[in-house]
Design a binder for this molecule. Structure first.
Ligand code: SAH
Length: 395
């Protein structure tokens, strides 16, 4: 692994190149060994059984990785030498690598994290007085093509593996000096980075399970949030699979406009999406859904939109997160004015919605929502991909 170099916060934002992608060996060598970081507790138990070992070995491995920060199988001293040797032949614990770290003047940190094949994604840490949120990516690029998101403009290369997703948290925890039982620099994780997490269900679930599990990071359900553009069948699957908070990117209370902003709306229109949200919160302990609404000047920020939003969201236990649009090169959209945002918020609050305006963070390092781009190497034709993906997720 490339050693992490800590950079003290300065008044200017700084960019630090930790390693050149070309010099990064793990990114150019594929490996045939099982990466144990791709498996959650259930997966690890099954793995040990499949190699004729006791399932409780899973607990030992997880504690070494997540409680003691040890990824060298050879150093796992409570596992017998012969089993360690056997494991080292067939398995490994392989993290992705930090290519670049950027620190904003406001404390936000953005990492470019690279994988074999030359692809890279971005992970962002947002410190606030009482919490620290880590924004994690689920795909290299994104296939959904939302018109106001720069990740979509990069095209789509591939899904991340579970190890590449949980690896982002491990690398950030290490870089930030996060302590499980001490200084908990990371208090919340949001799957709001690059990609649509519900289009990568099979890798996102074990990764989130490791975020939740006490043998892993041990975050409470309300502190791990999955954000989706509204993949309805997968919202139902999510409900059956894991207990996490749900955020839904809404952006318009009107189908025609929402389809323009989030083309996935054509397949799962607002009424169907709202029903899925109601069903999600009514199950078990989920108290509310967070709706994200990016305010774009002259597009979805009219007072009439706010009034329609009030009517719509009254039907779902929810919170509303208003996000000022973050511009990026090549977009013709602009951010709504401060007075427009204030007026919008005023209307929805008068309508008894719980609304917050998200402060834009990490502006100087392009770390805000929709600004994450990474390196999307093997991008394929987006429209083709989306057709395939959506066909796969049809109920
Ligand atoms: N695919 C998932 C998660 C990634 S996007 C989803 O759609 O929810 C995380 C949030 O940032 C989403 O609400 C997204 O709509 C919003 N976003 C994307 N581009 C943005 C931009 N340029 N400005 C502000 N918010 C943006």
């Amino acid at each position: 692994m490339v050693p992490m170099v800590r950079i003290p916060p300065t008044r200017k934002s700084v960019t630090f190149l930790v390693s050149e992608p070309a010099a990064n060996t793990a990114m150019t060598t594929g490996s045939k060994r099982v990466n144990l970081l791709d498996l959650d507790e259930a997966g690890l138990r099954a793995f040990f059984e499949s190699i004729g070992e006791k399932p409780f070995r899973a607990e030992q491995i997880l504690k070494w990785i997540f409680h003691h920060g040890v990824t060298d199988i050879g150093a796992m001293t409570d596992i017998g030498v012969s089993l360690r040797q056997k494991l080292m032949r067939i398995a490994e614990i392989r993290l992705p690598e930090i290519i670049r770290e950027q620190r904003s003047i406001d404390g936000t940190v953005k990492w470019l994290i690279g994988f074999h094949g030359g692809n890279a994604i971005e992970t962002v840490y947002i410190p606030e007085p009482k919490r620290g949120t880590l924004c994690v990516s689920s795909q290299v690029g994104c296939a959904l093509n939302c018109s106001f998101c720069s990740t979509g403009m990069q095209g789509f290369a591939r899904n991340l593996t579970a190890s590449e997703i949980i690896g982002q948290v491990l690398l950030a925890a290490q870089a930030l000096g996060h302590e499980r039982n001490g200084r908990r620099r990371i208090t919340n994780i949001v799957m709001m980075g690059m990609g649509e997490p519900l289009l990568n269900f099979d890798a996102v679930m074990p990764a989130m399970s490791l975020m939740r599990n006490d043998l892993g990071f041990g975050f409470a359900a309300k502190r791990v949030t999955l954000s989706t553009a509204g993949l309805v069948p997968a919202i139902y699957r999510l409900r059956e699979t894991i207990d996490v908070a749900l955020a839904v990117s809404l952006h318009s209370p009107i189908d025609e406009l929402r389809t323009e902003l989030v083309p996935l709306n054509r397949k799962y229109p607002i009424a169907v999406l709202m029903q899925a949200c109601r069903d999600y919160v009514s199950a078990k302990h989920k108290r509310s859904v967070t709706f994200e609404y990016t305010l774009i000047d002259g597009v979805n920020d009219h007072p009439e939109h706010a009034r329609k939003l009030v009517k719509l969201l009254r039907t779902v236990p929810s919170k509303l997160n208003l996000i000022p649009f973050n511009p990026f090169p090549g977009t013709s959209y602009r951010c709504s004015s401060a007075s427009r945002i204030a007026e919008f918020k005023e209307i929805v609050m008068r309508g008894n919605l719980i609304a917050t305006v998200r402060k834009t963070r990490g502006d100087d390092i392009d770390a805000a929502c929709g600004q994450l781009v990474g390196i999307v190497q093997d991008r394929t034709r987006r429209s083709e991909r989306i057709k395939i993906k959506l066909a796969e997720t049809s109920p």
